[in-house]
Design a protein around this ligand. Structure first.
Ligand SMILES: [Fe+2]
Length: 309
C-alpha cells in the first residue's frame, strides 16, 4: 500500500474511528480493546497502520465485533485473524449460520473485489488489496441481546439485536460513556444533503422495531458503519431516520396504488440512491431497492410501524 496516512478520529476518550470515512471501524479501549466492524479487504491495512500509529500493542485488542455479515462488513476479518490470531471474533448466532454458507463466502469474495474497485475510483485508496486464498470466517464468541462485553477499566458494551437491515445485525451500547454503535441499522445517510436511504433489506417491521429500540437508549454519540459519527443527538437522528423511512415506504405504496409497476419504481429509486451514494455498484442498489419495495408491500396494512415513544 502507499505511504498515505489515514486520519484517526478520537470520538471520545478511548473511543476512536479508524478505517476510511465511507468504511469506518471503531476501536474501544479499556484494559483491553475491541474493534467494532469487520472492515473490508481494502481497509484492513489501513486499520493495522492506524493501530500501530496509535502505539497500541495489538495483543491488547482482544475482540473483533461484527455488526453484521454483509460482504462490506466482514472483509478485513480473515486478514486481521491471520495477522493477530489472538483476536476473538464476536457476532450473533444468526451471523454464525450465515458465515457457514458457501454461497455467502463466494459472494463475499466478489463483493470485496468490487469494494476495492469502488475505493480506487473514489480515490480513497491507491493500491489493490491482497486477496487471501481461503478466507476463514470463524466466530469465536456468540453474543445475544443483553450480553455484556467487558473491556476492563470501566468500559463495557451491551449487545442489542437490531434486525431488519439483516437478520444477524447487532448494535453495541456503552452506557457509561453514552456511545451507541448503530451499525447499518439506520441505512445509508448522506450527511451534507440530509438524504436517507432506508435499508430494510430483511423486514420493514423489524427495521422500525430496531430503530425504536435504539432510540430508547441513552446516548450522546452515535456511530454508523457508513458515514461515521452521527451529527448531534443520536435520538434526534433516529427520529429523522424513522420519518424518512416512513416517507420512503409511503411514497412507494402510493405509486403502486396509482398503477406504476414495481419494476419502474425500484429502478427509479435505485437511480435516486445512486445520485448520493456509490458505495455499492448500481446493479446491487437496484436489487436492494426492489427488496425494500417488496418488504413495504408485505406490511402495507400496518399502521403503527413508525412511532417512537
Ligand atoms: Fe449492511
Amino acid at each position: 500500500m502507499s505511504e498515505r496516512r489515514y486520519e484517526i478520529f478520537t470520538i471520545a476518550p478511548n473511543f476512536y474511528q479508524l478505517g476510511t470515512p465511507s468504511y469506518p471501524a471503531y476501536l474501544s479501549m479499556g484494559d483491553s480493546g475491541m474493534i467494532i466492524e469487520g472492515g473490508t479487504g481494502a481497509t484492513f491495512p489501513i486499520i493495522v497502520d492506524q493501530v500501530k500509529e496509535m502505539g497500541i500493542e495489538p495483543e491488547r485488542i482482544k475482540y473483533l465485533a461484527l455488526t453484521h455479515t454483509h460482504p462490506d462488513h466482514i472483509g478485513a476479518v480473515p486478514h486481521l485473524k491471520k495477522l493477530w490470531p489472538h483476536l476473538k471474533v464476536v457476532a450473533s448466532g444468526v451471523a454464525v449460520k450465515q458465515l457457514q454458507k458457501e454461497e455467502v463466502i463466494q459472494e463475499f469474495i466478489k463483493m470485496d473485489r468490487t469494494i476495492t474497485e469502488i475505493l480506487l475510483i473514489k480515490g480513497d485508496i491507491d493500491w489493490w488489496s491482497v486477496e487471501l486464498e481461503n478466507p476463514v470466517f470463524e466466530v469465536d464468541m456468540v453474543v445475544k441481546e443483553g450480553d455484556k462485553i467487558d473491556l476492563g477499566a470501566g468500559v463495557a458494551w451491551t449487545v442489542y439485536e437490531t434486525p431488519g437491515h439483516s437478520p444477524c445485525h447487532l448494535s453495541f451500547h456503552n452506557e457509561r460513556d453514552g456511545i451507541l454503535v448503530i451499525g447499518d441499522a439506520t441505512g445509508i445517510y448522506e450527511p451534507g444533503k440530509e438524504v436517507f436511504w432506508p435499508n430494510y433489506f430483511q423486514s420493514l417491521e423489524e427495521y422500525c422495531n430496531s430503530i425504536r429500540k435504539l432510540a430508547a437508549l441513552p446516548a450522546k454519540i452515535g456511530a454508523r458503519s457508513h458515514g461515521g459519527i452521527v451529527e448531534g443527538e443520536p435520538r434526534d437522528y433516529l427520529q429523522r431516520v424513522m420519518k424518512a423511512t416512513e416517507l420512503y415506504h409511503r411514497e412507494m405504496l402510493e405509486r403502486l396504488a396509482k398503477g406504476e409497476s414495481p419494476e419502474e419504481i425500484a429502478l427509479d429509486k435505485a437511480k435516486w440512491v445512486y445520485t448520493f451514494t456509490n458505495l455499492q455498484p448500481f446493479k446491487l442498489i437496484h436489487f436492494m431497492t426492489g427488496l425494500t419495495l417488496r418488504h413495504s408491500q408485505a406490511v402495507a396494512d400496518k399502521e403503527d410501524l413508525f412511532h417512537i415513544p
